[in-house]
Design a protein around this ligand. Structure first.
Ligand code: HSE
Length: 328
């Protein structure tokens, strides 16, 4: 039987997490696919910086090794920034390869275009890992909430800032030392500006907006306030009032019917559904017209949670035809 050949683009924290998990769970994945699975190509940017790994794959700096290889079926993309990721993914899709991405900046800007392109080329596109780390929120909304209309989203979408705010409150750590720890733990981006200034959460909110409302808010209805102004004194003052500060992303319609998106530090009380979401965890609280309110929570950053989301997308693509669910 023809094996499934996989290519990885990027071998940083996330790419390594995917590499490791494909190996750790190879048997389970092969049972699901009904055929062997092989990592055939790994594209890296800088041979001097890349972590040496034991692999028989072709480790290359040339994306053409993936694009021109008809044997590569599925491409995992785990690099940072819109380019060259957008060009790579477009070309992979046009070369009839399924793609799985963790790149939120790219997907916030070009997700809808890539979805159309994938559809036209009869390949699948997985982007679970772009939003809320290991929480399977994309597939849940896509697959399990088809009749429910989501009316509002309130979420914590950045693991780094939630980790920092929790560390300031619980350990009286300074902002900078908590950020430093988040970087060491592989939560923060290499350049953490997007984390602390709320761009990262906003990218994820745009991805949810496109998925749920099939459109993005107009620029004048998008508000973003960074979290790096939050001081230890302020956090301690809130604590005395039993309040916690969280960097909350909200997507909703205002009273005039305009879709609005906000990412801002908010002081919340115990009754708030996001109050207990601590450390690197993310959460997505949604209001729908049938079920009412739902909250999904779990690890929002780090190698394995992000790899988990990518591997679940992979499973959806490789799963062999399943017979109907047996009726008991
Ligand atoms: N830097 C991101 C975060 C990684 O802290 O949430 C996951 O997207």
């Amino acid at each position: 039987m023809k094996p499934i050949n996989v290519a990885l683009i990027g071998l940083g924290t996330v790419g390594c997490g995917v590499f490791q998990n494909i190996h750790i769970h190879q048997q389970r994945l092969e049972e699901l696919a009904g055929t062997p699975i092989r990592i055939s190509t790994i594209v890296i940017e800088n041979p001097d910086k890349h972590k040496k790994i034991a692999t028989k794959a072709n480790v290359t700096t040339d994306i053409n090794d993936v694009l021109n290889d008809p044997e590569v079926d599925i491409v995992f993309e785990a690099i940072v920034g819109k380019e060259p990721a957008f060009t790579y993914l477009k070309k992979c899709i046009q070369a009839n390869k399924h793609v799985i991405t963790a790149n939120k900046e790219l997907f916030a800007a070009h997700g809808s275009e890539l979805k159309v392109l994938a559809n036209e080329n009869h390949v699948k596109i997985g982007y679970e890992a772009t939003t809320a780390g290991g929480i399977p929120i994309i597939q849940t909304i896509q697959q399990l909430l088809k009749a429910n209309q989501v009316q509002e989203v309130q979420a914590i979408l950045n693991g780094t800032t939630n980790f920092i705010l929790t560390s300031i409150r619980e350990n009286n750590q300074t902002f900078d030392s908590a950020l430093n720890e988040a970087q060491k733990l592989g939560y923060a981006e290499a350049d953490p500006t997007n984390d602390v200034e709320g761009f990262d959460a906003l990218f994820k909110l745009m991805i949810l907006s496109d998925l749920i409302f099939k459109k993005l808010p107009e620029p004048e209805y998008i508000k973003r306030i960074a979290v790096n102004e939050v001081t230890n004194d302020y956090v301690n003052k809130l604590l005395a009032d039993n309040k916690r500060i969280k960097h909350i992303a909200t997507l909703s319609y205002d009273s005039s019917g305009n879709l609005t998106a906000k990412v801002e530090p908010v002081a919340i009380t115990q009754e708030h559904p996001l109050y207990a979401v601590e450390g690197v965890n993310n959460a997505v609280h949604i209001k729908t017209d049938i079920v009412g309110e739902l909250t999904f929570t779990g690890p929002g950053a780090g190698a394995f949670p992000t790899a988990s989301a990518m591997i679940e997308d992979f499973c959806r693509i490789i799963e062999k035809e399943q017979s109907a669910i047996p009726v008991i």
